[in-house]
Design a protein around this ligand. Structure first.
Ligand code: COA
Length: 276
């Protein structure tokens, strides 16, 4: 599939997916939802990719749902409206959350409304200090619908969620980091370098362990303590099987033989970059 709204590049086990509608501030139109669904499915099975970084072309990360193509032009087509709504919720709320690859939102500029659930669905988020965020729905006589209210309830304190949800006030990347919507913010000029560094550091880790770390966290959130212990125990056996006990043989083995100190970094750092 060739994409009209997305651009994909892959280097060093890191895929960069760029929302590519800069003239529309990368608003998510129906085509983008269809294409993103397809692309995430493709990347799921791409062994060359361990980490996916999402960003936007031009001065926006993502201006939220395409207000015209989605809410207005599909008003009289309830079947298509329902189909696209389901896709839109599915990829941001579920597919990203449980995607086998590690996902990072790199927020380079405008980030409004529906883009919050995109950011929340990613495992990590890094913003430009200069980025502009806002739950703008209230400004156009709506509320944060679709998957957005649940996304902000998952991530933000009730005070911050309702502050921004009720006022529609904008805020910058530093504030996004302060309230926990993103992990860190950096000057726009260094944003890409910082995000790619984190992505490469993560890509240097064992792929099976990465997936287990993500899944153990995601599923533990939904379980009782006892169920989570049982899940973790089963997951440990799965990891051993999938990586042929490499964590014991090499991970712990190399520590015991004095090759590296896992408290201070991975074996890939100790061996000058090569990862195993
Ligand atoms: N849906 C549809 N089109 C959008 C859009 C959106 N969410 N956001 C921007 N666009 C379009 C504009 O209509 C305009 O199209 P045109 O050139 O055909 O007229 C184009 O993108 C550029 O937008 P413009 O407003 O001129 O750019 P700007 O840089 O001055 O402002 C925004 C950018 C994002 C601040 C402003 O466009 C905006 O407020 N958009 C709505 C954001 C929003 O409420 N999103 C929540 C949706 S859930």
């Amino acid at each position: 599939m060739t994409y009209k709204t997305l651009d994909l590049s892959i280097a060093d086990a890191v895929a960069t997916v760029t929302l590519n509608r800069p003239e529309k501030r990368n608003a998510m139109n129906p085509t983008l939802h269809v294409e993103m669904t397809d692309l995430l499915e493709q990347l799921r099975y791409d062994d060359a990719v361990k980490v996916i970084v999402f960003t936007g072309a031009g001065k926006a990360f993502c201006a939220g749902m395409d207000l015209k193509e989605f809410f207005v032009e599909l008003r009289d087509n309830p079947r298509e409206y329902d189909r696209i709504t389901r896709l839109a919720v599915e990829w941001r709320y579920r597919t990203l959350r449980y995607h086998p690859k590690i996902t990072i939102a790199m927020i380079n500029g405008y980030c409004f409304g529906g883009a919050f659930s995109f950011v929340e669905g990613c495992d990590l988020a890094i913003a430009a200090d200069e980025a502009t965020f806002g739950l703008s729905e209230i400004n156009f006589k709506m509320f944060p619908g679709g998957s957005v209210s649940k996304a902000i309830a998952n991530l933000l304190s009730p005070r911050d969620a309702l502050w921004y949800g009720l006022t529609g006030y904008t805020f910058d990347g530093r504030e996004a980091a302060r309230i926990g919507l993103v992990n860190r913010s950096f000057a726009l000029a260094s944003l890409r370098d910082e995000a790619i560094k984190v992505a490469r550091d993560i890509a240097g880790k064992d792929a099976v362990a990465l997936r287990a770390a993500k899944e153990a966290f995601r599923y533990s959130l939904e379980m009782s303590g006892d169920a989570a212990m049982s899940y973790s125990s089963a997951k440990e056996s799965e990891v051993v099987l999938r990586q042929n006990d490499a964590w014991r043989e090499e991970g712990i083995g190399d520590f015991i033989s004095g090759k590296y100190k896992p408290g201070l970094g991975g074996i890939e750092q100790a061996s000058g970059g090569a990862h195993r």
